[in-house]
Design a protein around this ligand. Structure first.
Ligand SMILES: Cc1cn([C@H]2C[C@H](O)[C@@H](COP(=O)(O)OP(=O)(O)O[C@H]3O[C@H](C)C(=O)[C@H](O)[C@H]3O)O2)c(=O)[nH]c1=O
Length: 183
């Protein structure tokens, strides 16, 4: 498992090693020890999530769970491919408002570690794309929030197409009007 820091402090790109043979391949898709060493702390995952997005251009984001239910996330794509996005919304951060986007795909097997204090979202690049991700706090509907996907300066690489959104994401507040709950 190769884990490297990205340009925004706290974000990690995990690249598991695939061991191929004439049957196919084997991969360790999660190593607690390696992630904790790279994160510099113990990350306690308590829930696994899995979503299927059937159409290209399905955009889920920009989402967060507010404290005290904030979530670290370890995100991977197990079918198709997505552009995965994280936006730094830690009020004390020198990189507040900065974002990164990485392609996660079943083919590259890359994973993005998104610590608490970031907005998270993705847009699908293939039909029937699936993401599976670990979170460090249980789902809490009362702490679940969204920021309008097109208001944070993210380049989603959508081309001329409008994304497919949930009602929650269509009506989300604009980044400029939103107050981050993260220190
Ligand atoms: C997140 C979640 C949702 N749900 C239920 C609530 C709704 O009835 C249904 C769909 O939820 P939602 O529209 O919030 O799903 P996504 O748009 O995929 O949201 C997720 O997408 C972005 C990319 C994230 O990083 C978050 O994990 C999460 O916000 O699943 C649950 O029962 N448990 C959960 O943990």
């Amino acid at each position: 498992m190769n884990i490297k820091s990205l340009s925004i402090d706290g974000l990690l790109l995990c690249e598991p090693m695939r061991h191929g043979d004439d049957r196919g391949w084997f991969m360790e898709s999660y190593r607690k020890d390696a992630l904790n060493e790279a994160a510099g702390r113990t990350v306690h995952f308590v829930q696994d999530n899995h979503s299927l997005s059937t159409a290209v251009g399905t955009l889920r984001g920009l989402h967060y769970q507010a404290p005290p239910c904030a979530q670290d996330k370890l995100v991977r794509c197990i079918a198709g491919s997505v552009l995965d996005v994280a936006v730094d919304v830690r009020r004390g951060s020198a990189s507040y408002g900065q974002w990164i986007a990485v392609e996660l795909s079943a083919q590259n097997a890359h994973q993005l570690f998104v610590p608490t204090g970031f907005l998270h979202g993705f847009v699908t690049r293939e039909p029937n794309s699936e993401i599976a991700y670990k979170v460090s706090a249980p789902y809490s509907r009362d702490h679940d929030g969204s920021v309008l996907w097109k208001s944070a300066g993210v380049d989603w690489d959508l081309g001329a197409s409008a994304p497919i959104l949930s009602g929650k994401d269509v009506d989300a507040p604009a980044f400029a009007d939103w107050v981050s709950p993260f220190d």
